[in-house]
Design a protein. Structure first.
Length: 425
């Protein structure tokens, strides 16, 4: 599945690459709309991907009333509403606030937290990360300094299974077998160990230390000019000042995939093709859910203890076009928004990806379709990039850590299977 895209080769842990920014962070949010070719776009942060049924119903109502009617899942378990009128910001904010989705207007773009979606549900994690999630979100919203974080800064809370620990977050907290927690910083192997009780507080301390170190207006930990070991020492000093006991540690790195589609214990998991949910699909999910939905960073949805028997629920969800079986080729296909949503796109990449789905086998590298060379939203792991070219065709390139790319051209969609074979065999 797309989770396999997270295993790209990492930078050296000794020295990060400084990427100074010459403009402010323009990342969209709930209150800062982004102008796209199909209208304005709002990105609603959903910490841990956790939504009550009432909140989910409020989102689809907002999408139908103000947007194009669909809900778009992001690779951080957030939700985007597209096709908005640029003047609807106040009404949208009111709807979100009434549903409890806007606890702090000053922090709404920095509440980027992913969490193991099956935590506490399937018995595989070392602990349930929900207390960490609640505590970290509250601490973020209470921190005046945290308002300065970029909308791209990411926290990950991993229950020990290694799923979100592989997502290259800026601050990762992972449960450890001794009952404690490991605090990792960016993609470095530098980490510290803290108690489970101090995990959320330590994550916030690390984020505030990043703000102090980010003097060149960088947005991510891996962009700092400081060597990773120096930044770890800086975080350690801030933890000590905050009274949080810690020890030096090297990061455990055994990433695993996200939840596969189907029944998982008493829960259900589905995958959303290209991350786009119609109002009908979204409402079917809310009708089947008992009390909450968990959006995953792999553009899926987990329904803990659904109110409908598993087989009936999966059949109903499959009938709407959602993926409920792990053999679906949709698990290996991703795409940018393409036309008509993006003026820079040279093709309707989503339609082309859907049209060629039959050429995708059950195994091999995943494909990511892009309308131009920017390849917005592309995953970081091994894959095949399918990029629209100016002549109306596509250019296919392998992206595999440690290997030179292999490329070929595709001028007819019906020949995709042949093109894939040419660069992968």
């Amino acid at each position: 599945m797309l989770a396999a895209m997270s295993s790209a080769a990492l930078r050296s842990s000794r020295q990060a690459i400084a990427v100074p920014r010459d403009r402010g962070d323009a990342c969209p949010g709930s209150l800062r709309l982004h102008a796209a070719d199909d209208g304005a776009l709002a990105r609603i942060r959903i910490p841990g991907g956790v939504l009550t049924v009432r909140q989910a119903e409020a989102l689809v109502d907002a999408a139908e009333r103000l947007g194009d009617g669909d809900l778009h899942l992001t690779s951080r378990g957030n939700v985007q509403i597209r096709g908005l009128d640029g003047g609807c910001g106040g009404e949208l904010a009111g709807l979100l606030d009434a549903a409890g989705l806007l606890p702090s207007p000053a922090h709404e773009r920095v509440r980027n937290i992913v969490a193991s979606p099956l935590s506490g549900l399937d018995g595989r994690g070392l602990l349930d990360v929900r207390p960490w999630l609640t505590a970290l979100d509250a601490a973020l919203c209470a921190s005046e300094r945290a308002q300065a974080l970029s909308g791209r800064f990411l926290f990950a809370l991993d229950d020990g299974r290694g799923d979100v620990a592989g997502l290259r977050a800026d601050v990762t907290v992972r449960a450890t077998a001794d009952g404690g927690a490991q605090l990792a910083l960016g993609t470095s192997d530098q980490a510290v160990s803290v108690s489970s009780e101090n995990a959320a507080g330590a994550a916030l301390v690390a984020a505030e230390a990043f703000l102090e170190a980010a003097r060149a207006r960088v947005w991510r930990v891996d962009e700092l000019s400081l060597p990773h070991d120096e930044f770890r020492e800086m975080v350690g000093d801030r933890l000590a000042a905050a009274g949080i006991a810690h020890q030096r540690h090297y990061k455990e790195s055994v990433p695993t995939d996200g939840p596969p589609p189907g029944a998982i214990g008493d829960s259900l998991s589905v995958y959303v093709p290209l991350g786009r949910l119609s109002a009908h699909q979204w409402r079917e999910l809310t009708h089947i859910a008992s009390d909450e939905l968990r959006l995953t960073p792999w553009r899926g949805v987990v329904l803990p203890t659904p109110a409908t028997p598993a087989k009936e629920a999966l059949d109903r969800l499959a009938a709407t076009g959602l993926v409920t079986a792990p053999a679906s080729p949709w698990l290996r296909v991703g795409a940018c928004i393409g036309r008509p949503g993006c003026a820079k796109s040279r093709a309707d990449v989503r339609s082309d990806a859907a049209e060629t789905l039959g050429a995708i086998g059950p195994h091999g590298l995943p494909l990511y379709w892009s309308g131009c060379e920017r390849r917005c939203g592309r995953p970081r792991g091994d894959r095949i990039d399918v990029v629209a070219d100016p002549d109306g065709g596509y250019r296919l390139s392998t992206v595999v850590g440690g290997q030179e790319p292999r490329t070929t051209s595709l001028d007819n969609l019906s020949r995709l299977a042949t093109a894939l074979a040419a660069i992968t065999t």
